[in-house]
Write a protein that binds this ligand. Structure first.
Ligand code: LLP
Length: 429
């Protein structure tokens, strides 16, 4: 019998005896009850990640706005809303989810380069805390919409600090040449314009330099650049109430060693203190680091297909459930729910059933397998379910939230009837 053994970076995923558990729940029991592929999340893990930020920001006037694009399932949002989180949204749909989860609009900030007039109206009506504006054109439209609705829109301008976050190019956002934010050199000009518009009320400044950042240097550099800008904007007579540092802190997927939130933040705060900004209202927008390592995706081995050049292990999860490997060549650990000693280990290409060669979950994984075995794809709490699609008319997976020995279904498996319903309403041929 194996003792309790934690997996690296996954404090709540461990073998107890020879069975993989999330907290105190054997994952195989959940797979039997709810089928596969199945996402399972640890409540303790999410709350521990949030507590890391809260410790790092203790004693400050700070709000954690969960970047819900990482995982927007209502059960996760409810948990975080109840724990005092605000939310960073990027669409009207995400706003509706926050409201459905009991989140407070006054703790919602709205990011994104392409907000529509309809979404602006919806967010103004709800009374959100701040629009993180990404272009001069958006500023003009928001002003018009606010005037037409008889309100003033609270705004922050997302600045592009031109700092290299040293991550995958698709998730680098704070470099010159990125579609995000306003160039450093245009910032003061844009703030002057914002302050002159009757429908707007300047409240803050924000930046977000990228995602899966594993070094502290880019954060320290971006902080300096942000504070330089706050000084210039305030010298122009425009007060900045809050400073929003965005999200981006990485997690351990494959031996990555990002700084912990509760060690990174004291360093950033020391910079703020040294420059006299320590008592400002601070906002942050973490996504992945709150939920990424809290979740696994349980999948069944359908077929083993050994070959001359490669051995394929076909599982029932695919790129529509776990899009990160196909999109970013991302690594997710893959471990058996019940390790075998009766079969020799081989090197496998772990792939899904979707009809594309890009549909892979893991390259060259040494595993002892037989068909029918269950595997857990690790670090699957962020940017998996929220990016899942119906490609190949596959229904999206079910999701379960675990706490201690308790497990609760937070999303049932999508059926083909769910998919067909949107195409078969009255009036459709
Ligand atoms: N704030 C803004 C404005 C963002 O655009 C993002 C993420 C975040 C906060 C949260 O960043 P995080 O703390 O999660 O790194 N699908 C990609 C990641 C895309 C990130 C997009 N923006 C992936 O699977 O790696």
């Amino acid at each position: 019998m194996m003792s309790i053994e934690n997996l690296p970076g996954q404090p709540h995923v461990h073998y107890q005896g020879d069975r993989l558990h999330l907290e105190q729940v054997p994952l195989a029991t959940l797979a039997e009850q709810y089928g596969t592929p199945l996402f399972v999340y640890s409540q303790a893990s999410i709350l521990a990640a949030l507590a890391g930020y809260q410790r790092g920001l203790a004693g400050r006037h700070a709000l954690v706005c969960y970047a819900m694009k990482a995982n927007s399932s209502l059960g996760i949002l409810r948990l975080l809303a109840a724990a005092g989180c605000g939310f960073d949204i990027v669409s009207g749909g995400e706003l509706e989810r926050v409201l459905a989860a009991g989140g407070e609009p006054a703790r919602v900030i709205f990011s994104g380069v392409g907000k529509t007039r309809g979404e602006m109206r919806q967010a103004l009506k709800a009374g959100i805390a701040c629009f993180n504006v990404e272009s001069e054109a958006e500023l003009e439209v928001l002003n018009e919409v606010a005037i037409a609705t008889g309100t003033r829109a609270p705004v922050s301008i997302r600045v592009n600090p031109n700092v290299d976050p040293m991550t995958h190019p698709y998730i680098s956002t704070g470099l010159k040449g990125s579609k995000f934010g306003i160039a450093h050199e245009r910032t003061v000009h844009t703030y002057r314009r914002a302050a002159s518009l009757a429908g707007l009320r300047v409240v803050g400044i924000d930046c977000h330099i990228g995602s899966q950042i594993t070094q502290e240097g880019p954060y320290l550099d971006a902080t300096d650049r942000m504070l330089d800008l706050v000084e210039s904007i305030e010298s122009a007579g425009i007060p900045i109430e809050h400073i929003d540092f965005g999200g981006g802190l990485g997690i351990n997927y494959n031996g990555d060693r990002p700084p912990e939130a509760d060690t990174l933040w004291p360093k950033l705060l020391a910079k703020l203190d040294a420059r006299g900004f320590g008592q400002r209202r601070l906002l942050i927008e973490p996504g992945r680091s709150l939920v990424g390592n809290a979740g696994v995706c349980v999948t069944e081995v359908l077929y083993l297909k050994p070959g001359d050049q490669k051995n394929f292990c076909v599982v029932d999860a695919a790129m529509n459930d776990l899009p990160r490997p196909a999109m970013y060549q991302a690594y997710h650990g893959i471990v058996p729910l019940r390790p075998r000693s009766d079969t020799a280990s081989s090197v496998w290409e772990v792939v899904g059933p979707v009809c594309e060669s890009g549909d892979w979950i893991g390259h060259e994984r040494s595993l002892s397998l037989r068909s029918g075995d269950l595997l857990a794809v690790l670090s699957a709490g962020a940017y998996c379910m929220s990016m899942a699609s119906n490609y190949n008319s596959r229904g999206r997976a079910a999701e379960v939230l675990v706490s201690g020995t308790a497990a609760r279904l937070i999303r049932r498996r999508e059926t083909i009837h769910d998919q067909l319903a949107a195409e078969q309403g009255p009036g459709f041929a």
